[in-house]
Design a protein around this ligand. Structure first.
Ligand SMILES: NC(=O)c1ccc[n+]([C@@H]2O[C@H](COP(=O)([O-])OP(=O)(O)OC[C@H]3O[C@@H](n4cnc5c(N)ncnc54)[C@H](O)[C@@H]3O)[C@@H](O)[C@H]2O)c1
Length: 342
């Protein structure tokens, strides 16, 4: 099918990023937000065709793109699926695992595609590192160190409510959880510590987690909203049996290798807009069936690990994850399919 129009639901920060991406791809953008002022802004400043309710939007578009706060993903995505629309959803796929399972089953039943915007797989340095790992350049991945740190989202927003956002682990660390799984495969055990301000609703603001992969590899993840008024930064260090890749957003050159001859002959890729790249890939999946590099099942797996990390932080126990056949195969199946097509 040719996608003519997309309906972005939730016209806040991420909604704006998606609108810009769709407009660059030449797709007609419609929008809906519960707040009239957000609708007016999208119409007046971005040229979006806005609707006063979801029904009207669903009647006008081929694809629904969910950019609401996390706790509304399930309801909005399910409405899109039930109306027979393909759905793209911001990360985390949903707030709970039961909601994720319901969405995946509903999409399968309705015969529509469901995509999750785990955007880190589309950042050129992260994508190139993954390509290098799959090509065997560092040997077998053994120790991963991943960080993602910035200030707390400003204002008294839904991010600050643990029940709505899932805190720093479900909102921020989930990016690196997905990346760790993409590099080293499925996770069987999680242990985490968090910092949480006083009060029943205060979201976890800083987290450290250790993931044990089925392969035996270990990932150390740090995610933080504690870098007050300092620039947002991310980093990875991927150590394997034959070498190492490391990268930090505040470091040049972009990706370093040890030993240096591990580097690709052509050097590392230059920057491209990862959000536009992910939307382009989802569009291709819907239009001609080309599988994207990340699927809804990957979004579910990342959420399962994130929720286990939250549980670990709250109970003080390490959490074991189920390792049934489909779970164990997921990361590696995706990996080999991509190597062949690369
Ligand atoms: N991939 C990334 O890099 C990235 C970055 C930031 C946020 N996010 C994700 O994007 C999502 C949105 O985050 P944000 O920062 O744009 O939030 P935001 O608060 O800036 O915007 C959310 C908008 O959704 C609207 N809204 C709330 N409930 C709604 C509903 N039921 N129907 C329609 N509109 C509704 C709000 O009025 C608001 O305008 C979150 O899931 C977040 O985790 C992803």
């Amino acid at each position: 099918m040719k996608v003519k129009s997309v309906g972005v639901v939730g016209l806040g920060g991420m909604g704006g990023v998606h609108i810009a991406g769709w407009q660059r791809l030449g797709v007609d953008v419609h929008g809906y937000d519960g707040l009239p002022e957000a609708r007016a802004r999208a119409r007046d400043e971005r040229g979006v065709t806005v609707h006063d309710d979801m029904e009207s939007l669903l009647g006008a578009v081929d694809v629904v793109d969910v950019c609401t706060p996390t706790d509304a993903h399930h309801t909005v995505a399910l409405a899109g699926i039930r109306a027979g629309r393909h759905v793209i959803c911001e990360k985390p796929l949903t707030r709970t695992l039961a909601e994720a399972d319901e969405l995946i089953a509903a999409a399968r039943e309705a015969g529509v595609q469901l995509h999750v915007a785990q955007v880190v797989r589309f950042f050129p340095e992260y994508a190139a590192a993954r390509e290098a790992v799959v090509a065997g350049r560092i040997g077998t991945p053994a120790v991963l160190r991943l960080t993602r740190e910035g200030g707390m989202p400003a204002g008294d927003r839904w991010y600050h409510d643990q029940a709505r956002s899932g805190g720093i682990i479900c909102d921020v660390m989930i990016h690196d959880i997905d990346f760790a799984r993409w590099i080293a495969g499925d996770v069987v055990r999680v242990y985490a510590k968090t910092l949480r301000p006083a009060g029943p609703q205060g979201a976890h603001t800083h987290a450290y987690a250790i993931l044990t992969h089925a392969s035996g590899a270990i990932s150390h993840l740090t995610a933080s909203w504690a870098r007050l008024k300092a620039p947002f930064r991310t980093s990875f260090e991927l150590a394997g049996s034959e070498g190492m890749l490391d990268y930090a957003t505040d470091q040049r050159p972009a990706v370093r290798t040890a030993p240096p001859e591990l580097a690709f002959a052509g050097g590392w890729p230059t920057a491209e807009d990862p959000w536009a790249a992910e939307l382009r890939e989802f569009l291709a999946a819907i239009e001609d069936g080309t599988p994207p590099r990340v699927g809804a099942e990957d979004g579910r797996a990342a959420l399962e690990i994130a929720l286990a990390a939250v549980e670990s932080a709250e109970t003080g126990r390490a959490i074991e994850l189920p390792t049934d056949e489909s779970d164990t195969n997921l990361g590696t199946t995706t990996a080999s399919a991509e190597v062949t097509s690369a």
